[in-house]
Design a protein around this ligand. Sequence first.
Ligand code: MET
Ligand code: ZN
Length: 747
Amino acid sequence: MNAPTSVPANTQATALGYPRIGPNRELKRALEAHWSGRLDAAGLEAAAASVRSGMLDDLAVLDTVPTGTFSLYDHVLDTIVAVDALAPRHRREGELASYFAAARGDEEAVPLEMTKWFDTNYHYLVPEIGPETVFAAKPGKAVAEFLEAKARGLDARPVLLGPVSLLLLAKPSEDAPADFAPFDRLDDLVEVYVELLAALRDAGAELVQIDEPALCADRSEVELAAVAATYRQLVARSAIVVAGGYGPFGEALPVLLEAGVEGVALDLVRGRSDLEALEALNVSRETLLLAGVVDGRNIWRTDLAQAGADISRLQRISDRVAVSSSSSLLHVPVDLDAEHELPDALIERLAFARQKLREITALADPEGSRAARPDAPDAWRDEAVRSRLAELGADADRRIPYAERQAAQAERVPLPLLPTTTIGSFPQTAELRNARAAHRRGLMIDADYKARMKAEVAIVIAEQEKLGLDVLVHGEPERNDMVQYFAEQLTGFATTAAGWVQSYGSRCVRPPVLYGDVARTAPMTVEWTSYAQSLTEKPVKGMLTGPVTILAWSFVRDDQPLAETADQVALALRDEVADLEAAGTAIIQVDEPALRELLPVRAASRAAYRDWATRSFRIATAGVRPETSIHTHLCYSEFGEVIDAIAALDADVTSIEASRSKMEVLADLDRANYRSAVGPGVWDIHSPRVPAADDMAEALRLAVAALGPERVWANPDCGLKTRRYEEVRPSLEGLVAAARTVREQLA
Ligand code: MET
Ligand SMILES: [Zn+2]
């Protein structure tokens, strides 16, 4: 800890990538104007150029700037274009039309699938690669953006997503044979990367950053051998620094170094084990080491003392250490200076992208600050919460066995076979959003706002009664967002004014900041649920967001383990669950759509994650009486790796996105010994299509065949807030009819 932290005068400052949507979401606005026909291609390009120029203005404080990290939609799609691997169905007259056809689909073709980028809330477009894919080098964008930076006299370093990651992130094209894997095409793809590198070198690039985030996940021997062969070939063309950015390189680290890369960019926030690994390896003093000491994924100020110590450790290994971010800064908002409402104590502890660049330059400066980060102020501690958690009994997360609960619940709320329900939200009209916004800005008084929301609840209840659903919801009209709604009411959270982060394409989110101990000061949802219940004889589900999802969609304090923070959130939810139960709510749903998202990239860390994640859910829910039913909801597909965790939530009913995957999740659940009830989504609510009742009935029959009739619920894949009533009414009519049909067949 007390190692000297003197930095050689030639230490360089750099970063791995930068936010690309614009400080005020300029690109988002331009994209949406373009898509709606209000802005032509030239106008869009002008807006994009201005965003790129702004990125370079910011990055210019660095000694070396990454280029090519701008994107009109997604950097994986940019790479698909750079290797000319667009699927035939997305090829249109113009480049831009092809690009957006792949990104968003059009009348002729469905878009590429979208999925989460590692353990982040960013979504990338999944490449479709088959034996038939013909790769070709299209270096245009990479070269142009490099030259833009060069023209300013900047020392520019082009960034490409690497061939290994591109193929590992891809899925086989539709017509690929069953035994084909995109990774089989690595050799062909490497040839194209050789050409891309040649084009960049011709343009004057001396060093290229190749991002291989897939190397932060567990890789097989075969894959690592392929990595070695790939990089031996690529380093013959260009000096390459390989970046991971999402944890340690682990066993890929020696492989890369032996292949002869110029250097590696280390994630010293989440991948600290690479530091020790590197010390144990015999590394040439010429190796370029980018010390990723500034967190690219979270918004807390860097502990400059700790970072300085890490840099010194690397300097004992190599003469060429540069200071950098741990990953691209893509995952943080642009500028803290845009925040005028946050308390000073918080401002003093935060750094957004611009502030992070300053931290990097300070660390590269021999005279720069090495101040240790101050601890959180005492005022952010809540001793009551801490002692309550410490005193929570060992069985606070246990309920009696499911079979016994189930009997008590069936007696309390008798339901037909295949009970019909929805996931929570109902369509949010512009008028509704306007009312919420007016209230937030103080333009609508509380009483008027409440009356407006209650009127909406009454509409939603009436709709559901008319449709004949069995278990109703209040519709969530009062929620802007399922996490922010709770963050605004819990202590320890702040919301930003302009802390936007790209989620996908033009879509941005503004995650709340969880900075201190979390506590609930008053009931958060009871009034709405109780009001809804007062309007109907049918049971109304209470509706909460679970601890894991609240953490996943916030910027979370990094001064204590996530598990501890999760338990605090869980305790607050436990009180809310108790209040709902006391108010007579028989069914309480606690949504955990982000359960999969926080799953660690490396298998070795997963068991610990499953333990704390599921325990926090159970702390939130296990305080209820046996006859109170706990539901949970998961969506965003690909549950294979969290099936055990789903079972460990010990919910009475799990509604789960299933329509796209044709109910495959049911067999997985069965294998994981999940024994309670399931509501496999039978309506893909992400599509504007009204599903046919027959198809939904067929899906229900599949579910009944897999689980038995007693364990199946009928519901959509997810909430309905993005849909319109014109779609929702006929779809739910069909859903209710489908459930009735299958019930009759079972009778
Ligand atoms: C992303 S999951 C959404 C669940 C929430 N209850 C809703 O219906 O909108
Ligand atoms: Zn959902």
